[in-house]
Design a protein around this ligand. Sequence first.
Ligand SMILES: Cc1cc2nc3c(=O)[nH]c(=O)nc-3n(C[C@H](O)[C@H](O)[C@H](O)COP(=O)(O)OP(=O)(O)OC[C@H]3O[C@@H](n4cnc5c(N)ncnc54)[C@H](O)[C@@H]3O)c2cc1C
Length: 401
Amino acid sequence: MDLNYSPEDRAFRAEVRRWLETNVPKQELPALEDRKAWHRRLYEAGYVGMLWPKAYGGWGTTPMRQAIVQDEMARVGAPPPINGLGIGFIGPTIIVHGTDWQKQRYLKKMLTAEEIWCQLYSEPNAGSDLASLKTRAEDQGDHFLVNGQKIWTSAGPIADWGILLARTDSKVAKHRGISCLLLNMRQPGVEVRPLKQITGHALFSEVFMTNARADRRDLIGAVGQGWEIAQTTLGYERGANSLGRVTRYAAAFHQLVRATRELRRGGRPLIEDPAVRAKMGRMFAELEVQRYAALRVLSALQNGESPGAASSITKLSYTEFEKRYYETALEILGPWGQLMSSREEFEDVDTSSGEPGTWATAFLWARAGTIYSGSSEIQKNIIGERVLGLPKEVRADRLKA
Ligand SMILES: Cc1cc2nc3c(=O)[nH]c(=O)nc-3n(C[C@H](O)[C@H](O)[C@H](O)COP(=O)(O)OP(=O)(O)OC[C@H]3O[C@@H](n4cnc5c(N)ncnc54)[C@H](O)[C@@H]3O)c2cc1C
């Protein structure tokens, strides 16, 4: 693993820094149209879709350069791009499994955030056990008729399109009867009901489909291939972008250091309290561990390797860390944590409140990380079975001997 920046990378960093100095918006951007405009400028500068092939509107550059852009954006607190689900893992899934027509029709508009995407996988009784999903798609020849309900759909309230898993055959084994379709969210048969989260935001939703229509040309892969396609999506989703997250935590850490210098408890700055210093030291050490773990993934990607099932290790590690991180920050800040805004930027646009997040909001939001993209327990099962090669289940009678 080579963790050194080449002279070209250093020159690129200087160029990104200069661009951000003149272009970062001076005020917050709560409105979707403003976020889209900022996203578009980032894209045109070459800072969105950096790893996507040029043939599909991307920039075909290196993971290292993408990491440099994320690093520099976190440093100045620039609003992140939007359409994270589309660009992070739905688009890459279409690139792997889609037809030429699908690639030409959808990918560029996804990159430029002209069309926002959501993921219609989870259902009220099919989350960890996703293969039990019940939403039906009936083959009508030139289209599929979709009926059912999805839940926890991030970006649902602002989405134009969704990648959908639906049952096309209920007579075969449950994993084999699923197909993957692209669904137009702006049609009468699709109703989106925003769900309010513990943070007060409504970033996700329930989605009800009643005789909704998905064109046959929007079927990804073959009928019955949906489970295999879902594994591609989830692989990108879990492995994606751990360094980008670490740079955000690092920016928040520097903000916390500044706050502990300014805030006083018992007549002296918080940072002079030995208990606070010990906690900050532990946080920093853990942050460094996360940074090196993320660099290891980056180094693998740079060498053309895919993290595969091992992406579960990264996902488990940084989401559990994030919870400890914000819990410790709140312990240090005490009541100020409820009032002070944090640098944590939500990747998608909130449609329910224009309020900036506090440290307490970031703490609450951190709970979500160990649930979405497969809970921590599920990641442990995957690591046990697919990374370590442990048996799927340990039968009690085999333990007796
Ligand atoms: C913020 C957020 C955003 C999300 N966005 C999306 C989205 O855009 N699209 C989408 O499709 N879904 C989305 N989800 C849904 C997410 O994928 C599911 O919540 C997740 O897969 C868990 O499913 P569940 O909520 O049904 O919990 P359940 O599967 O009911 O799990 C309940 C508990 O049981 C444990 N458990 C379940 N099975 C096992 C097992 N076999 N072994 C050990 N423990 C087990 C789980 O770890 C968990 O603690 C989002 C979730 C969150 C929190």
